[in-house]
Write a protein that binds this ligand. Structure first.
Ligand code: GLN
Length: 486
């Protein structure tokens, strides 16, 4: 039987009971990558050799009396902005094309400690700036459900690889929707944890007050298992929270009786595809049938979220990307006549157009005459947006919305209009601004067969409640079982 469509928990049973080996599984995943990559191009780097060595080590572990982890022997892909010791980490940017980190990100180290097999690095929008993976300096990734469409972004490679069974699970990063939006477009599960829940050490920074690492998986149980491996305090990240992490997978089995679901009016608006609205309303109805109680909540500052985000995120990006000057990392333009020209040419030729646009916007927002009008004001609005969620979560346990206003759009459809592209994150961005956790999961398909995503938001550090609600809904539906024909 072909193991690549299976989930972590299903494969764990097989590995534990010696029905298969990690070497066999890893080989099959590598075969699958070879067969689908020409169509989807989800990977930047496939680490065949080290993956086979890790699979071998996992098999020894599985044979030994030492207790194994649910991830032991499971092939996992990583977004190419997570530092991997000895393995190229490019952020899909020319400026880091040949950058080989000397250390592993904390999440990578934790995956390795649980015996996972790192199968490769996935394509993304350059420096995670984008919603379609079209901003990669190294080519497009296609959506496995329709190769003429984008997979979402910026973690588009991770989501496409999971959807196409070209890995068993993946990690992504989410600054304004980059895990949830591609998960929605590719029909898989993506969780952005609370800011501070997962260590950002070794994640190449885009906007440090918004960035979080999370998983993209085939179902909710796998999402909980990934959280069990990666969540928790890390002294290398001063923003990681020093509070205990629950056993997420064990907490899953809870019914929806009495769960209070908030429906924010501001997320059910004109401009959203009617098929998306219909699927989300049906999902809410299904949750009510399972015992949940719904009520309307107001998130009144939602209309300012995109503007606020594009001031804060660009300001932080402008600062974070100052380090790519041709001196310390990766690419250096040459020949140049002096230092200033070297800096300028390196950045002119090393960064793509969207990254340059963000640096210019951020520099403008922080410049002395405009600081109060833009950056300071955006920080004030951030507090108001956070306040909306605090109020809403006094009345409800989770909030349910669409993940994105449309299903996957066509390649090239929005590349000429950055504002249209920015608006595809209209439902995901507030979550990062407020720092709360949110998950996207499949809740239906369009008539043309494209997946639709449901978003479930929770209180800070209440990933458990989000996962429980998602799991109960998933158990009552079949959406997660559909596979693209690729
Ligand atoms: N699409 C948003 C942006 O372009 C969010 C990206 C992200 O979450 N990394 O900034």
């Amino acid at each position: 039987m072909n193991p690549t469509p299976l989930t972590i928990h299903e494969l764990h049973e097989q590995l534990k009971n010696h029905k298969t080996t990690s070497r066999e599984l890893t080989r099959r995943v590598l075969d699958r990558i070879r067969s689908v990559e020409p169509k989807i191009h989800a990977y930047r780097t496939v680490t065949e050799e080290s993956a086979m060595a890790q699979a071998e080590a996992a098999d020894q572990w599985l044979q030994s009396p030492r207790p194994v982890h649910p991830l032991t022997g499971i092939p996992i892909a990583l977004k190419d902005n997570l530092c991997t010791k000895g393995i190229r980490t490019t952020c899909s940017s020319k400026i880091l094309e040949n950058f080989i980190p000397p250390y592993d990100a904390t999440v990578v180290q934790r995956l390795k400690e649980s015996g996972a097999v790192i199968i490769g690095k996935t394509n993304m929008d350059e420096f995670a700036m984008g919603s379609s993976t079209e901003n990669s300096a190294f080519g497009l990734t296609a959506n496995p459900w329709d190769v003429n469409r984008i997979p979402g972004g910026s973690s588009g490679g991770s989501a496409a690889a999971v959807a196409a069974d070209a890995c068993i699970a993946a990690l992504g990063s989410d600054t304004g929707g980059s895990i949830r939006q591609p998960a929605a477009m590719c029909g898989v599960v993506g969780l952005k944890p609370t800011y501070g829940r997962v260590s950002r050490y070794g994640l190449v920074a885009f906007a440090s007050s918004l960035d979080q690492i999370g998983s993209i998986t085939k179902d909710v149980t796998d999402c909980a298992l990934m959280m069990d491996a990666i969540a928790g305090h890390d002294s290398y990240d001063s923003t990681s929270a020093d509070i205990p992490t629950p056993d997420y997978a064990r907490a899953l089995n809870r019914n929806l009786n009495g769960l209070r679901i908030g429906i924010p009016r501001e997320y059910f608006i004109d401009g959203t595809d009617p098929e998306v609205l219909h699927a989300v309303r049906e999902a809410i109805h299904a949750m009510e049938k399972l015992g949940a109680k719904t009520r309307e909540v107001r998130l009144t500052h939602t209309e300012y979220a995109v503007a606020t985000y594009y001031i804060l995120a660009t300001a932080e990006a402008g600062s974070n990307l100052a380090r790519y000057d041709g001196v310390k990392y990766g690419y250096r333009a040459k020949p140049t006549k002096d230092l200033l020209e070297m800096y300028m040419k390196t950045r002119q030729t090393g960064f793509g157009p969207e990254v340059k646009r963000r640096i210019m916007l951020g520099t403008y927002a922080l410049s002395s005459g405009y600081y109060d009008a833009y950056y300071r004001k955006a920080q004030c609005v951030r507090t108001l947006i956070k306040g909306d969620f605090d109020e809403a979560f006094k009345q409800v346990d989770v909030i349910v919305t669409p993940t994105a206003p449309t299903a996957a759009f066509k390649i090239g459809e929005k590349t000429q209009d950055p504002l249209q592209m920015y608006l595809s994150d209209i439902f995901t961005i507030s979550v990062n601004i407020a720092g709360i956790p949110a998950l996207s999961m499949p809740c239906g398909f369009t008539k043309t067969g494209l997946p639709i995503g449901l978003q479930i938001m929770g209180r800070p550090f209440a990933e458990e409640a989000v996962l429980q609600a998602a799991y109960a809904y998933e158990q009552a539906t079949e959406w997660h079982k559909r596979k693209p024909n690729i």
